[in-house]
Design a protein around this ligand. Sequence first.
Ligand code: F6P
Length: 325
Amino acid sequence: MDQKPLTIGIITSGGDAPGMNSCIRAVVREAAANDAQVIGVNHGYDGLIDGDFQALNARNVGGILQRGGTILQTRRSYAFRQRSGIQKAIETMKANSIDALVVIGGDGSLRGAHELAAEGIPVVGVPASIDNDIWGTNMSIGVDTATNTIMEAVDKLRDTASSHGRTFLVETMGRDCGYLALMAGIVCGAEMVLIPEVPVTMEAVVEALDSAYRRDKTYLIVVVAEGSNIRTSDLVKVLNEKRVGFEARVTILGHIQRGGSPTAFDRMLAARMGTKAVEALITGKSDVMTGLLGREIELVPLEEAITRKRTVNLEYYTMTQRLAT
Ligand code: F6P
């Protein structure tokens, strides 16, 4: 007797990240190549609870690879955090003959994936979040694009900062993780980076910026991670009131960092992780996440990915300081 083809549900959940669409396409095409079907779940876990689906096939995922955002739309689901929400999602999956799930998202979404796996649902997670705060992968989908977006923005800000002789405080996203700010500090040649991982006093920041000014710099760039212990709004006030260095201005990059066409790196990462996720489900793996470790895409236990904390490499912090001499 022929075996029924595997039906895989696919979800994008949490904050969107550039490359999610590239990953959806990879999952659908890899599934098709293995005679498996894919059902797209709209609006994250809420769609899994409500049975809000769309049919995906090799043809209708054409032309989405280069688009930012997610064609499935995404949400931070409150219903799914309740036991009743998880049970309802499982019932909806069974009623719609969805055998397995690929969850593309950040740490909260992967936590949800682990909960489903614990209930016996075959699930593979794919890390996608601009924050790069997920343990078990060197890079999450979307991080490279966001870093490039920040770099382009700071390059533009540098033009105006140098023209006016000003200090620019540029606030980046990242929640509690300083990765984006740290990378930006190096690739944008910032005078200073403020990240949650390295708390500093306002006095130390003022002193460092005053010292940079006295070293005859003609403008200053400070990258401030949103989770840093020094608030951008407080810093600009202190700098301008105490007349430290140049006149200061603030730019909060905000959700611009989440949009845009994914870079080649993110498209490649999405293709590799998407195909690996399908291969994992087809070979009976579950409760794992795809992770870029060294050059390879490996399967990492979801339990570890959600309980362990990824740390930033503080050598880069020292590097920023040295390169700002
Ligand atoms: O996790 C991604 C992220 O963009 C964080 O960097 C940021 O703190 C948060 O999401 C913003 O969330 P929202 O889009 O719900 O405002």
